[in-house]
Design a protein around this ligand. Structure first.
Ligand code: SAM
Length: 290
């Protein structure tokens, strides 16, 4: 079934009496080469399992099903579950597992345990814009050993995820993401490739998760708190911003820590990369523990 064909999409939706649901960020892909390119980039091996978040009517799911050993497709909209059973009926038998759930509420470790036992597991999603960051953070913070996370997101968010330290796009999410893996922009997808067309263009980003984290902090919570504090008040210098996040440490002590770590006291958070943040967070942790 050609699920990128607008006539087919409309027919399927009319048979099942469903409508695009804005509250679930439903913008379905209508360009087969975009769908194929996303599916191709999900894993290095056909033996992988792919967790697809938000299959919609199954356009990406069916391409994944012909490329990989297993596809677990988690869809929040119960109206789409019978549609998916219909549109995916010609996929290789036993490959697609349709799960009706909110991905933010599902126990991913439990759902994916057999998949991790069987081999590599990647994530693929054309994500709803309104919930991109929470879903991405939940995937990263799950600490599950995904191979890749391939996501289509708003281009502006993609710029932030892939920004270099020192640029204006660089923010807390960039630094946190660097802790978990390496993000790479694959290609842009203009709004005209969806029905209904969203207001913004999208970019496909692929994150390769670190097998071993290159820098490990003494305490993760302090690391994330340090990063958050550094960017919460972006226009302040770092000792001022950190002092708002760690009011229990005197500001001159925070300035001294920065100097110990090799930074000028008037530096701003966006100049620090993840290694700098880990070093800084470790000193903050030691002081608070003492
Ligand atoms: N994959 C399809 C495509 O590329 O055409 C649909 C993508 S559409 C942008 C986003 C999909 O995610 C919708 O099917 C929507 O119902 C689903 N969705 C939204 N929030 C979700 C959540 N919290 N958990 C699971 N699925 C969700």
């Amino acid at each position: 079934m050609n699920l990128t064909d607008i006539r087919t999409i409309k027919d399927v939706m009319s048979i099942y009496n469903i409508h695009f649901r804005k509250e679930f960020g439903q913008n379905f892909l209508t360009n087969i080469s975009v769908v194929e390119d996303i599916a191709d980039s999900c894993s290095d091996t056909p033996d992988a399992t792919v967790l697809e978040i938000g299959p919609g009517i199954g356009v990406l799911t069916q391409e994944l099903a012909f490329r990989y050993r297993k596809v677990i497709a988690v869809e929040i909209d119960n109206g789409l579950i019978p549609v998916l059973r219909y549109t995916l009926q010609d996929c290789p038998e036993g490959v697609v597992n349709i799960v009706h759930a909110d991905v933010m509420k599902v126990d991913l470790a439990e759902l994916l345990a057999p998949a991790f036992a069987a081999g590599k597991v990647s994530v693929c999603a054309n994500l709803p814009y309104y919930i991109t960051t929470p879903i991405l953070m939940a995937l990263l913070e799950s600490n599950l050993p995904f191979e890749y996370i391939t996501i289509m997101i708003q281009s502006e968010v993609a710029d932030r995820l892939c920004a270099k330290a020192g640029s204006k796009e660089y923010g807390a999410i960039t630094a946190v993401l660097k802790y978990y893996g390496e993000a790479q922009k694959l290609f842009k997808v203009s709004a005209g490739n969806f029905i209904p067309a969203p207001k913004v263009d999208s970019t496909v980003v692929r994150i390769k998760l670190h097998r071993e984290k290159p820098c490990v902090p003494k305490d993760e919570e302090t690391l994330f708190k340090t990063i958050r504090a550094a960017f919460e008040q972006r226009r302040k210098t770092l000792p001022n911003a950190l002092s708002a996040g760690f009011p229990d440490i005197p500001k001159d002590q925070l300035t001294a820590i920065l100097e110990e770590c090799g930074h000028r006291p008037d530096i701003r958070g966006e100049r620090l990369d993840i290694t700098d943040f880990v070093a800084l967070a470790d000193r903050i942790y030691e002081i608070r523990k003492a």
